[in-house]
Design a protein around this ligand. Structure first.
Ligand SMILES: C[S@@+](CC[C@H](N)C(=O)[O-])C[C@H]1O[C@@H](n2cnc3c(N)ncnc32)[C@H](O)[C@@H]1O
Length: 454
């Protein structure tokens, strides 16, 4: 019998979702991080679950030929990248396989080979991220540092020196913020004592420069404004500095309130000839060039003729609805984040999209209202968060009976579950993976479906 703490030598067979390499020890399914298919490894069993063993990699005995030198000095410590030491084409190949396997195993869907379209690579494989979310902490000398948790260790922070996924300017800005905060003798938040000021630092890159958001535990406007002015004066590319107030115990960079501290402009991101203003707490795809491809592909798959009515669910800052509005007769966009809806309305205006109605609501409730109002959309686009769609949302979409559905997903597990449900009424025509997250295990897909006529 295999016990926790046992060591074993075994061969890895495949990559699976969440960045693990899967294999078998004495017939038992195992998951190990940091290893690749074909490799023979020495590993220790760290967890025994009902249907798998989790292992810690001790040593790669026979390495894969697909390994490459990682570029980032923090690779292995930082939890951001899982596969930076694996050849990029190999990453793409496994992402395609993971999508297929998810749909077959979790979705129980046996789709014809031609419905799986080849994955589209990211235009950039380094410096592609437009956003980094970092944490404030203090080092042994009492200086303020900004960094990340080492993988799986949430009570410590290492100082970020670089992140190869984002522009080097972002690490430079992080350094300037922490230096000025140290000079001003500001405090950092202590989770255990629930004291201190500075919690998270989020830096976003747009087409017109950078936005710096400082998540704080208290609203210390004077001190924060001094910090913000210092940042804007030191780095000309910083367009705006905001605070976000999170005075709750929850460990998140988001909060109930945000506000302007310094700077001269909103952050603007340009995609496919449109301009999007993004405020501190609104969602925006983190790979701007990758998102352009994603939305372009979506538009091609939908092939709108101009007379359609379209519903854009989980619409964020209005990107999808606005991009597709040129080709549709009218669009209804539904989103529950008030800041994002405010951005979306401004974005529609600056892009001259006057055929969109924005609804600030939970998708579930807004869909019920559309049903009672007798709406008959031709097309529904859904782009939910990682958890995917609830059964209620799926049944309401089915009740609205659009001819076409496009489902954008960042989670092959939940989309497989949801497609299983939708496939009773909708035929899956194609699944297009688009790589938005090189060196990580994250996978974005667009699934295009049409109503089965009965
Ligand atoms: C993956 S993002 C997609 C945003 C947008 N479609 C885009 O491409 O930028 C998901 C969005 O759903 C919103 N959201 C999450 N749960 C929601 C709900 N129950 N009802 C409405 N919107 C929701 C989030 O605020 C977020 O803006």
């Amino acid at each position: 019998m295999i016990r926790k703490g046992d060591k074993a030598i075994f061969k890895l067979e495949k990559l699976v979702y969440k960045g693990y390499a899967a294999g078998h020890i004495l017939g038992q399914f195992t998951l190990t991080r940091g290893a690749y298919p074909g490799e023979v490894v020495l590993a220790t069993v760290t967890k025994k679950k009902r249907d798998f063993l989790e292992c810690r990699l001790d040593k790669v005995l026979i390495p894969s030929k697909k390994r490459v030198e990682p570029r980032c000095q923090h690779f292995g410590i930082c939890g951001g990248c899982s596969w930076q030491d694996l050849d990029y084409n190999e990453q793409l190949l496994w992402k395609e396989r993971i999508v297929r396997e998810s749909l077959a195993r979790l979705g129980g869907l046996s789709l014809p080979e031609e419905s799986f379209l080849p994955i589209i690579p990211s235009p950039k494989i380094f410096e592609y991220r437009n956003k980094l979310e970092l944490q404030f902490a203090q080092n042994q000398n009492g200086e303020i540092i900004v960094g990340m948790h080492p993988r799986g260790r949430f009570n410590t922070v290492f100082k970020l020196r670089e992140c190869r996924l984002a522009s080097p300017k972002i690490s430079e800005i992080a350094d300037v913020v922490s230096n000025i905060a140290s000079e001003l003798r500001l405090s950092t938040y202590n989770e255990r004592k629930r004291q201190g000021l500075l919690r998270y630092l989020t830096i976003r890159e747009g087409t017109n420069g950078f936005m710096v958001n400082i998540t704080v535990f208290r609203r210390e406007r004077e001190l924060l404004s001094e910090l913000a002015r210092g940042v804007v004066d030191s780095i000309g590319e910083v367009r705006v500095v905001n605070y976000i107030l999170n005075d709750t115990p929850s460990s998140t960079a988001y909060g109930m309130e945000s506000g302007y501290l310094a700077g001269d402009s909103d952050l603007i991101l340009e995609m496919l000839g449109k301009r999007f203003i993004v405020s501190p707490q609104s969602f925006f795809q983190t790979n701007t060039d990758g998102a352009s491809i994603l939305y372009q592909k979506l538009s091609e798959m939908l092939d709108l003729k101009g007379g359609e009515s379209l519903v854009d669910l989980f619409s964020g800052t209005g990107t999808i609805g606005i991009i597709l509005s040129d080709k549709a007769e009218r669009v209804v966009a539904i989103e529950n984040n008030p800041d994002a809806v405010k951005d979306a309305k401004r974005n529609a205006k600056i892009n001259g999209a006057n055929n969109i109605r924005f609804i600030l609501a939970d998708v579930k409730n807004a869909l019920s209202k559309l049903i009672t109002d007798g709406e008959k959309p031709d097309v529904i686009v859904v782009d939910p968060p990682r958890d995917g769609l609830s059964k209620k949302i799926i049944s309401r979409i089915v009740e609205l009976a659009p001819r076409k559905i496009a489902y954008i997903s960042c989670n092959p597990t939940t989309v497989a579950r949801d497609l299983k449900e939708l496939s009773e009424k909708y035929r899956i025509l194609s699944i297009q993976p688009v790589d938005m997250f090189p060196h990580t295990y994250h996978i974005e897909t667009i699934t295009f479906m049409e109503k089965i006529m009965t």
